[in-house]
Design a protein around this ligand. Structure first.
Ligand code: ZN
Length: 368
């Protein structure tokens, strides 16, 4: 879940309000951001040409001093964010600033130098409407991804973070962004997807905020909140939400559903007391951890839990793994109580418990 919330250069690179000279400075320092800068509508034609040239391996002198000042003067005011005005002035140079101010006076209200008019070199410096549109869309992408990664960073250490952020989908989107759009439709699709992912994530944060506080005052909700910090939902509706057990004499005490961030259990008074509540809730939480584990390792086609089962742990069963998580968490050595039994009939051994502890540490799942 890494991101760089402090990476102001990334933010500035995609922001159409960023001063053209600053874009030029960033392009010099950050080869990784040149694609985003080239798509920024505030990037002047010579800068785009330069980026195209250096990206294709041509030795080219960066047109630092050639950029036309007038459009910048006519455009939206440069905004210095976060660290105050100093940071872009510092990268700008006093002479440039003086020239900018003078030009600003000369050209204010008058004819402006058109962006493409002074282009001195070839390359992809056309200012067609397609290019501008792509630039606008990619600016949206940059802003949306910045916000998304800032939020995602707040989930550091949360075992269901990969589910909250839709980790695999987010990775695919970042890959598409890195490849860059080849036409306006792809750019629009990237902007739409980035916007949707940010909206979904904000929605989950709002839901988590509203959910926190253990309104039911139950042991099960306390366990769920401890695990997910509000990002996991709990409902005591196993009787209707879960499928009927196919095993004779058994009742389904809990399940997970289409929503990978929700657990369903029976009302606590039907779960054989405090012991049954804990075992059942922890078992279902372990399923969510398995989903999160897989979501984060989708590109490896195997989760860490699946690797353990492949090695023969938990008799190769995700259900017995979930029981083992509950047993290890509670320190219990039985799935039976005076009132009844819980789980899948296999009490895991010490080496399996050690594997569970290591797995829990890997995926940030709580383990006392
Ligand atoms: Zn289960």
């Amino acid at each position: 879940m890494s991101s760089a919330p402090q990476d102001w250069e990334l933010q500035a690179a995609g922001d159409p309000r960023t001063h053209p000279q600053l874009l030029s400075d960033i392009a010099t320092r950050r080869p990784d951001l040149r694609g985003i800068i080239a798509a920024n509508p505030s990037a002047f034609a010579e800068l785009r040409s330069w980026i195209a040239a250096v990206d294709s391996g041509v030795q080219a002198q960066q047109p630092v001093s050639q950029w036309p000042a007038a459009p910048a003067v006519a455009g939206p005011p440069v905004r210095a964010r976060r660290s105050g005005a100093g940071w872009w002035f510092a990268g700008c140079g006093c002479l440039t600033l003086v020239v900018l101010v003078v030009l600003g006076v000369v050209f204010a209200g008058g004819a402006l130098i058109s962006e493409g008019g002074g282009a001195s070199s070839g390359g992809i410096s056309s200012t067609s409407s397609d290019e501008e549109y792509i630039g606008e869309q990619m600016a949206i992408v940059a802003t949306e991804r910045q916000r998304f990664h800032e939020l995602a960073a707040q989930l550091e250490g949360n075992p269901v973070a990969p589910l909250v952020t839709e980790f695999a989908k987010s990775q695919r989107l970042d890959k598409r962004i890195a490849e860059g759009p080849s036409n306006r439709f792809q750019a629009e699709s990237l902007a739409n997807d980035a916007t949707e992912m940010r909206e979904n994530l904000e929605q989950r944060f709002a839901e988590a905020e509203a959910r926190r506080g253990n309104a039911s005052g139950t042991v099960s909700e306390a366990l769920v909140e401890e695990a997910g910090n509000g990002f996991i939902d709990i409902a005591w509706d196993a009787a209707t939400a879960c499928s009927v057990s196919g095993r004779e004499g058994r009742t389904t005490a809990g399940c997970t559903s289409d929503d990978p961030l929700a657990v369903h259990i029976l009302p606590e008074n039907e779960l054989f007391g405090d012991w049954g509540v804990r075992i059942t809730t922890l078992h279902e939480l372990a399923h969510l951890y398995q989903y999160a584990d897989l979501e984060e390792r989708m590109d490896q086609d195997q989760s860490a839990a699946m690797a353990l089962m492949d090695q023969g742990f938990f008799e190769g069963s995700g259900e017995k793994l979930a029981d083992c998580y509950a047993l290890t968490y509670t320190g219990g050595w039985t799935l039976e109580s005076e009132q009844g039994s819980s789980g899948y009939g296999y009490v895991c051994n010490e080496s399996e418990r050690q594997a569970i502890r290591e797995w829990a540490a890997l995926i940030n799942a709580p383990m006392p």
